[in-house]
Design a protein around this ligand. Structure first.
Ligand code: HEM
Length: 150
Protein backbone atom coordinates (compact mmCIF):
# COMPACT_ATOMS: atom_id res chain seq x y z
CA UNK A 1 0.00 0.00 0.00
CA UNK A 2 2.74 2.45 1.00
CA UNK A 3 4.78 1.42 -1.99
CA UNK A 4 1.82 2.08 -4.25
CA UNK A 5 1.23 5.63 -2.99
CA UNK A 6 4.96 6.36 -3.30
CA UNK A 7 4.84 5.17 -6.90
CA UNK A 8 1.77 7.33 -7.54
CA UNK A 9 3.52 10.39 -6.08
CA UNK A 10 6.56 9.85 -8.27
CA UNK A 11 4.36 9.36 -11.29
CA UNK A 12 2.41 12.57 -10.67
CA UNK A 13 5.65 14.55 -10.25
CA UNK A 14 6.73 13.41 -13.70
CA UNK A 15 3.33 14.19 -15.16
CA UNK A 16 3.31 17.71 -13.73
CA UNK A 17 6.97 18.53 -14.41
CA UNK A 18 6.46 20.08 -17.86
CA UNK A 19 3.85 22.49 -16.50
CA UNK A 20 5.80 23.47 -13.40
CA UNK A 21 9.07 24.13 -15.14
CA UNK A 22 8.30 25.36 -18.56
CA UNK A 23 4.85 26.98 -18.61
CA UNK A 24 5.25 30.58 -19.68
CA UNK A 25 8.98 30.43 -20.26
CA UNK A 26 9.95 33.06 -22.81
CA UNK A 27 12.49 33.38 -25.63
CA UNK A 28 14.49 35.92 -23.66
CA UNK A 29 14.56 33.77 -20.54
CA UNK A 30 12.04 35.99 -18.79
CA UNK A 31 9.29 33.91 -17.22
CA UNK A 32 5.65 34.91 -17.14
CA UNK A 33 2.41 33.18 -17.91
CA UNK A 34 1.52 33.58 -21.55
CA UNK A 35 -1.34 35.99 -22.12
CA UNK A 36 -4.28 34.85 -24.25
CA UNK A 37 -3.25 37.47 -26.81
CA UNK A 38 0.29 36.07 -26.98
CA UNK A 39 -1.19 32.63 -27.65
CA UNK A 40 -3.29 34.01 -30.52
CA UNK A 41 -0.27 35.88 -31.88
CA UNK A 42 1.97 32.82 -31.69
CA UNK A 43 -0.63 30.76 -33.56
CA UNK A 44 -0.94 33.51 -36.17
CA UNK A 45 2.85 33.73 -36.51
CA UNK A 46 3.24 30.02 -37.18
CA UNK A 47 0.92 30.25 -40.19
CA UNK A 48 2.37 33.64 -41.24
CA UNK A 49 5.92 32.28 -41.68
CA UNK A 50 4.62 29.66 -44.09
CA UNK A 51 2.35 32.13 -45.89
CA UNK A 52 5.31 34.43 -46.56
CA UNK A 53 7.43 31.57 -47.87
CA UNK A 54 4.84 30.29 -50.34
CA UNK A 55 2.64 33.27 -51.28
CA UNK A 56 4.24 33.64 -54.72
CA UNK A 57 3.82 29.96 -55.59
CA UNK A 58 0.45 29.36 -57.37
CA UNK A 59 0.73 25.58 -56.88
CA UNK A 60 0.40 26.19 -53.11
CA UNK A 61 -2.63 28.51 -53.27
CA UNK A 62 -5.10 26.04 -51.81
CA UNK A 63 -2.88 25.43 -48.78
CA UNK A 64 -2.00 29.12 -48.44
CA UNK A 65 -5.70 30.08 -48.34
CA UNK A 66 -6.22 27.62 -45.46
CA UNK A 67 -3.29 29.14 -43.55
CA UNK A 68 -4.57 32.68 -44.12
CA UNK A 69 -8.09 31.69 -42.98
CA UNK A 70 -6.61 30.29 -39.77
CA UNK A 71 -4.85 33.66 -39.31
CA UNK A 72 -8.21 35.42 -39.77
CA UNK A 73 -9.65 33.32 -36.95
CA UNK A 74 -6.79 34.23 -34.59
CA UNK A 75 -6.85 37.90 -35.60
CA UNK A 76 -10.62 38.04 -34.95
CA UNK A 77 -10.11 36.50 -31.51
CA UNK A 78 -7.34 39.07 -30.87
CA UNK A 79 -9.75 41.99 -31.41
CA UNK A 80 -11.57 40.94 -28.23
CA UNK A 81 -8.39 40.73 -26.10
CA UNK A 82 -6.51 43.40 -24.20
CA UNK A 83 -2.78 43.96 -24.78
CA UNK A 84 -0.70 43.84 -21.59
CA UNK A 85 0.83 47.21 -22.46
CA UNK A 86 -2.46 48.83 -21.43
CA UNK A 87 -0.90 48.96 -17.95
CA UNK A 88 1.52 51.64 -19.18
CA UNK A 89 -1.37 53.84 -20.35
CA UNK A 90 -2.86 56.46 -18.01
CA UNK A 91 -6.43 55.64 -16.89
CA UNK A 92 -7.87 58.64 -18.74
CA UNK A 93 -6.34 57.53 -22.07
CA UNK A 94 -7.11 53.81 -21.88
CA UNK A 95 -10.44 53.87 -23.71
CA UNK A 96 -9.01 55.69 -26.69
CA UNK A 97 -5.88 53.53 -26.68
CA UNK A 98 -7.92 50.30 -26.67
CA UNK A 99 -10.18 51.58 -29.45
CA UNK A 100 -7.06 52.32 -31.52
CA UNK A 101 -5.80 48.78 -30.91
CA UNK A 102 -9.16 47.24 -31.88
CA UNK A 103 -9.34 49.33 -35.05
CA UNK A 104 -5.80 48.28 -36.08
CA UNK A 105 -6.57 44.61 -35.41
CA UNK A 106 -9.83 44.80 -37.40
CA UNK A 107 -7.85 46.32 -40.27
CA UNK A 108 -5.49 43.34 -39.98
CA UNK A 109 -8.50 41.00 -40.31
CA UNK A 110 -9.65 42.90 -43.40
CA UNK A 111 -6.24 42.72 -45.08
CA UNK A 112 -6.01 38.99 -44.36
CA UNK A 113 -9.46 38.47 -45.92
CA UNK A 114 -8.32 40.39 -49.01
CA UNK A 115 -5.25 38.17 -49.14
CA UNK A 116 -7.39 35.00 -49.05
CA UNK A 117 -9.62 36.43 -51.82
CA UNK A 118 -6.62 37.25 -54.06
CA UNK A 119 -5.23 33.72 -53.59
CA UNK A 120 -8.61 32.15 -54.40
CA UNK A 121 -8.51 34.06 -57.71
CA UNK A 122 -4.92 32.87 -58.29
CA UNK A 123 -3.77 36.48 -58.28
CA UNK A 124 -0.37 35.86 -56.72
CA UNK A 125 0.96 39.27 -57.65
CA UNK A 126 -1.76 41.01 -55.66
CA UNK A 127 -1.34 38.46 -52.86
CA UNK A 128 2.39 39.24 -52.60
CA UNK A 129 1.65 42.98 -52.42
CA UNK A 130 -0.88 42.32 -49.64
CA UNK A 131 1.67 40.27 -47.69
CA UNK A 132 4.01 43.28 -47.76
CA UNK A 133 1.16 45.53 -46.59
CA UNK A 134 0.20 43.16 -43.75
CA UNK A 135 3.82 42.99 -42.69
CA UNK A 136 3.97 46.78 -42.43
CA UNK A 137 0.72 46.75 -40.41
CA UNK A 138 2.20 44.06 -38.15
CA UNK A 139 5.30 46.19 -37.48
CA UNK A 140 3.22 49.30 -36.88
CA UNK A 141 0.84 47.41 -34.54
CA UNK A 142 3.76 46.05 -32.56
CA UNK A 143 5.42 49.46 -32.29
CA UNK A 144 2.26 50.96 -30.81
CA UNK A 145 0.73 48.15 -28.75
CA UNK A 146 3.33 45.51 -27.89
CA UNK A 147 5.73 45.95 -24.94
CA UNK A 148 8.96 47.31 -26.41
CA UNK A 149 11.29 45.15 -24.33
CA UNK A 150 9.69 42.02 -25.83
C1 HEM B 1 0.68 39.07 -39.44
C2 HEM B 1 0.37 39.73 -38.36
C3 HEM B 1 0.97 39.52 -37.02
C4 HEM B 1 1.80 38.53 -36.55
C5 HEM B 1 2.33 37.33 -37.33
C6 HEM B 1 2.07 38.81 -35.15
C7 HEM B 1 2.90 38.06 -34.34
C8 HEM B 1 3.16 38.32 -32.99
C9 HEM B 1 4.07 37.57 -32.15
C10 HEM B 1 4.94 36.39 -32.60
C11 HEM B 1 4.02 38.12 -30.90
C12 HEM B 1 4.83 37.67 -29.67
C13 HEM B 1 4.00 36.67 -28.87
C14 HEM B 1 4.76 36.13 -27.64
O1 HEM B 1 5.56 36.87 -27.06
O2 HEM B 1 4.52 34.96 -27.28
C15 HEM B 1 3.07 39.20 -30.94
C16 HEM B 1 2.71 39.98 -29.85
C17 HEM B 1 1.82 41.03 -29.90
N1 HEM B 1 1.20 41.53 -31.04
FE1 HEM B 1 1.28 40.73 -32.91
N2 HEM B 1 1.40 39.95 -34.79
C18 HEM B 1 0.73 40.42 -35.89
C19 HEM B 1 -0.03 41.57 -35.99
C20 HEM B 1 -0.33 42.39 -34.93
C21 HEM B 1 -1.13 43.60 -35.03
C22 HEM B 1 -1.74 44.15 -36.32
C23 HEM B 1 -1.22 44.11 -33.76
C24 HEM B 1 -1.93 45.34 -33.23
C25 HEM B 1 -2.95 45.90 -33.82
C26 HEM B 1 -0.47 43.23 -32.88
C27 HEM B 1 -0.34 43.39 -31.51
C28 HEM B 1 0.41 42.59 -30.67
C29 HEM B 1 0.50 42.79 -29.24
C30 HEM B 1 -0.23 43.85 -28.42
C31 HEM B 1 1.39 41.81 -28.75
C32 HEM B 1 1.80 41.58 -27.27
C33 HEM B 1 0.90 40.54 -26.61
C34 HEM B 1 0.19 41.01 -25.32
O3 HEM B 1 0.09 42.22 -25.07
O4 HEM B 1 -0.32 40.13 -24.58
N3 HEM B 1 0.06 42.20 -33.63
N4 HEM B 1 2.57 39.32 -32.22
Amino acid sequence: MKRRSLLLSILSIFLLLPYVNFAGSHEDGEKHEHTALEDEMDAMNKAWRKVRRQVADPSKNEDTVKLVMSMVKHAEASVELTPMRVEEVADADRDKWLKGYQKAMKENVKLLEQLAAALKKDNNEKASALVAKINDARKEGHKKYKPQDD
